[in-house]
Design a protein around this ligand. Structure first.
Ligand SMILES: *[C@@H]1O[C@H](CO)[C@@H](O)[C@H](O)[C@H]1NC(C)=O
Length: 299
C-alpha cells in the first residue's frame, strides 16, 4: 500500500506540472478526464509497463508566438527496446469552448519521413529521435492545445500536449498612487511577458527617489514630498507603452532659480538708474563750469 501511495503522489505532481506534459494511454481513452489516482491505477495495470514509447514536447509551456512568425514545436520520441513507431500524428484543439473540435495537422507513418500535411503552411517531419511541427505565418486561429500522438506497432498510443498562445503586445498601461503606502503601482492589461521600468523626470530611478519592487510593477517612493513626473515604461518583444503619474511640481529648485533671476534684474535696474543719475549730474556741472568761464572772458 505504501508504495502505491507514493506512486499516486508522484503521478499527481506529474499530471499537474506546468511544463508540456505527457500523458500515456493504452488505447484511445482520454485519461485527463479521470481523477489522477485512477490514471495511476491504469498505468500500474498497463500491459506495456516501462516498454511504452515515451514522447516529450521540448518547448516550454505555454508557448507564445508572435503573429505572422513561425511556430516550431519539437518533440522527442523514445521507443522502448521492443517498440516500433508506426504512426505519428499532430493535432490541435481550441484551448477553451464547450466542445472544441480537433483538427489533424499532419499524419506520418513511422517507417518513412513522408508526412501528409493537411495545410499548405504546415510542415511536419519525423526523424530518428523525434518529430518537428512548423507552422509558417502563425495567426490567432492557430492558438490552442497541440498534441503529438505516437502509435506503436501494437496500436498503443502515447500523447504529449503543449499549450500555444498568441504573443500579445503591451496593452493599457496605467499608473496609480497608493497614498497610504507612498507607492506607485503600474498596471498592464494582457500583454505577454511585460517588463516594467520607472523614470522620474525622464531619468532612471535613483535611491533618493525610490525603490522598485522585485517584479518591477511597484515603486516605493522615498523622496518627500512626492513631486514631479513618474513614468512607468512597460515593454515586451513587440514594443512598449508608458503611462505617467504627475505629482505637484518640484518647487525648491524652480523657486531658487526665479529668485536669482529677479535679484539680477533688480540689480541691473538699480545700477542703470544710478549710472543715469550720475551722468546727468556731471553734464549739469560741466555746463555750469563753461558758463562761468564764458562770463569771465567777457568781463
Ligand atoms: C496600498 O498598498 C498596500 C500594501 O501593498 C495594500 O495592502 C493596500 O490595499 C493598498 N491600498 C490601496 C488603496 O490600493
Amino acid at each position: 500500500m505504501r508504495t502505491k501511495g507514493s506512486v499516486v503522489l508522484l503521478l499527481r505532481s506529474w499530471t499537474n506540472s506546468t511544463l508540456c506534459s505527457v500523458s500515456t494511454s493504452a488505447g484511445v481513452m482520454d485519461l485527463r478526464r479521470f481523477p489522477s489516482w485512477r490514471v495511476a491505477l491504469l498505468l500500474l495495470l498497463m500491459p506495456c509497463g516501462h516498454q511504452c514509447v515515451s514522447v516529450h514536447i521540448l518547448n516550454e509551456e505555454p508557448l507564445h508566438v508572435i503573429p505572422s512568425s513561425s511556430l516550431v514545436l519539437k518533440a522527442s520520441i523514445q521507443p522502448g527496446p521492443l517498440e516500433k513507431v508506426s504512426l505519428v500524428t499532430w493535432e490541435r484543439q481550441a484551448e477553451t469552448g464547450i466542445a472544441p473540435t480537433t483538427e489533424t495537422l499532419a499524419t506520418c507513418p513511422g517507417d518513412s519521413s513522408k508526412c501528409s500535411d493537411m495545410r499548405p503552411n504546415v510542415r511536419v517531419n519525423v526523424e530518428q529521435q523525434g518529430t518537428t511541427l512548423q507552422i509558417n505565418g502563425y495567426s490567432k486561429e492557430d492558438s490552442g492545445v497541440y498534441a503529438v500522438t505516437v502509435t506503436d506497432h501494437r496500436g498503443a498510443k502515447t500523447t504529449a500536449h503543449c499549450i500555444v498562445r498568441e504573443y500579445e503586445p503591451v496593452h493599457h498601461v496605467s499608473v496609480s498612487i497608493n497614498v497610504t503606502h507612498s507607492s506607485l503601482v503600474c498596471g498592464e492589461a494582457w500583454g505577454t511577458d511585460p517588463h516594467f521600468s520607472w523614470l522620474h523626470e525622464r531619468v532612471a530611478i535613483s535611491t533618493t527617489v525610490g525603490k522598485v519592487s522585485g517584479d518591477g510593477s511597484m515603486l516605493s517612493v522615498t523622496m518627500t514630498p512626492i513631486c514631479g513626473h513618474f513614468t512607468c515604461l512597460v515593454s515586451n518583444k513587440m514594443g512598449y507603452s508608458s503611462a505617467t503619474y504627475t505629482a505637484a511640481p518640484c518647487e525648491t529648485e524652480g523657486r531658487g532659480m526665479t529668485a536669482v533671476v529677479v535679484c539680477l534684474v533688480l540689480l541691473l535696474l538699480f545700477g542703470g538708474a544710478l549710472a543715469l543719475l550720475l551722468w546727468r549730474r556731471r553734464r549739469h556741472n560741466n555746463r555750469g563750469d563753461s558758463l562761468h568761464e564764458r562770463l569771465e572772458e567777457t568781463i
